[in-house]
Design a protein around this ligand. Structure first.
Ligand code: 4NP
Length: 158
């Protein structure tokens, strides 16, 4: 079993979108039983809430239902549980690294590395317009494609 955790600030826009998109891609790749996916946020403001309705609407248009997801914050146990802890932006990554135990073996990095965009962030769409949510999904789909390839390689042991 491999485990992937997506992290953003509020856990109501970017990381739940990544969770939904990546889970669907895993299903299509026949990997749903072999990879566990979750998401969380750094900030606590939206804990317990469903994803932002704009994020849900944009995902629905691509056949992805985010309605069952509920926001939570990054927990100490996450550093033991997950193989990949993937940040949406540099602030998220800095917060993850600041809390990462010295003996933690999880890979902590920016998610867009897997879209062939090293050093780039998924822009925060929360205070912008609806086109920001489309852009988020485009970037997430691209990075998810790359992450599927990476995980297939690791599961194959090569
Ligand atoms: P997310 O977006 O990090 O992609 O979930 C945000 C959601 C809420 C806030 C900021 C970003 N906020 O400041 O409340």
């Amino acid at each position: 079993m491999m485990r992937v955790l997506f992290v953003c600030l509020g856990n109501i826009c970017r990381s739940p979108s990544a969770e939904g998109v990546f889970r669907e891609q895993l299903r299509q790749a026949g990997l749903a039983e072999r990879v566990e996916v979750d998401s969380c946020g750094i900030g606590h403001w939206h804990v317990g809430k469903a994803p932002d309705r704009r994020a849900q609407a944009a995902a629905n248009q691509r056949g992805i239902d985010l309605s069952a997801l509920r926001a939570r914050t990054l927990a100490a146990e996450d550093f033991e549980r997950f193989d990949y802890i993937l940040a949406m932006d540099h602030d998220n990554l800095a917060a993850i690294e600041a809390r990462k135990p010295a003996d933690c073996r999880a890979q902590t990095e920016l998610f867009l590395r897997y879209a062939g965009r090293p050093g780039e962030a998924v822009p925060d769409p929360y205070f912008g317009g609806d086109d920001g949510f489309e852009r988020v999904l485009d970037l997430i789909e691209s990075a998810s494609d790359g992450l599927i390839v990476e995980i297939q390689r690791r599961l194959a042991g090569s």
